[in-house]
Design a protein around this ligand. Structure first.
Ligand SMILES: [Zn+2]
Length: 87
């Protein structure tokens, strides 16, 4: 591995150049900047918000639970024993 500073050929296991002491570890090719963070967070929040409304819309299409359903009284005469359903 050649040093970027002085051109000295070093063993690839070394982390610093043996001639000039320069750093031989390569910097990461790409590092996320604040724009990337903003964009990624925006996508995450957008996905969560859209997913929340999609799931709540789909749940609202389901019939309500039994204890919240409006049952016609002729179907449940035992709830209203004094009123005889109209025939
Ligand atoms: Zn060097």
């Amino acid at each position: 591995m050649k040093c970027i500073n002085c051109g000295q050929d070093n063993r690839s296991t070394l982390k610093f150049c043996k001639k000039c002491g320069g750093d031989l570890t390569l910097p990461p090719a790409w590092f996320p900047g604040w724009k990337w963070h903003i964009k990624t967070l925006a996508w995450i929040y957008l996905t969560l918000i859209v997913g929340f409304f999609a799931v709540s819309y789909l749940l609202r299409k389901l019939p309500p639970p039994y204890d919240q359903r409006q049952l016609p009284p002729e179907m449940t005469p035992w709830l209203n024993p004094h009123k005889v359903p109209a025939k």
